[in-house]
Design a binder for this molecule. Structure first.
Ligand SMILES: [Zn+2]
Length: 166
């Protein structure tokens, strides 16, 4: 379920600084809506901290940077190949299931947008897995325009000013 990892990473919208997971209750709701947690499952502050650490660890991993993921209750099970299975119920188990999805086929297709202000997670379905941006139209062009502008104005730009508009 790469979509699960993608959607989980995208609960934080870097560009708009909008976070869907700002309280334990919101975390429990998000997991419930995806069938990962049950009606009676409650999240604690610790679970929220684990979720955020997991999310930002996964985002770093999708930028292809070394990533430390938080400790999660998982066991290695070997049946038709190795997989990770949560060993606890409730919200910790649900977060463990999100993390376990990194072993699902196609991990290399899961990326975050190369545009630093965006970092939206997406699944690269292009044939040669060459996609770098969530959208060529928006972020691809933005990156290219900026590179062009930097080449054109680079040295003349006064230090410390930030006049970039998006
Ligand atoms: Zn983007």
């Amino acid at each position: 379920m790469l979509e699960l990892v993608r959607d989980f990473v995208n609960t934080y919208d870097v560009e708009n600084d909008a976070d869907e997971l700002t309280s334990p209750a919101e975390l429990a709701l998000w997991l419930r809506e995806r069938g990962l947690a049950g009606e009676g499952d409650r999240a604690e502050d610790d679970d929220l901290a684990t979720a955020i650490a997991l999310r930002e660890g996964l985002r770093a991993a999708l930028r292809r940077e070394p990533a430390d993921l938080p400790e999660l209750p998982l066991r290695v099970v070997i049946a038709d190949g190795p997989r990770l299975t949560p060993v606890r119920p409730g919200v910790p188990g649900a977060l463990a299931r999100v993390a376990a999805a990194v072993l699902d086929p196609g991990w290399e297709r899961l990326k975050v947008c190369l545009e630093g202000t965006c970092q939206w997670a997406f699944i690269d379905s292009s044939k040669n897995r060459s996609r770098s941006w969530c959208s060529m139209k928006v972020c691809g062009n933005r990156t290219k325009t900026r590179a062009y502008r930097a080449r054109k104005h680079g040295s003349r730009r006064p230090q410390g000013s930030n006049t970039d508009t998006v």
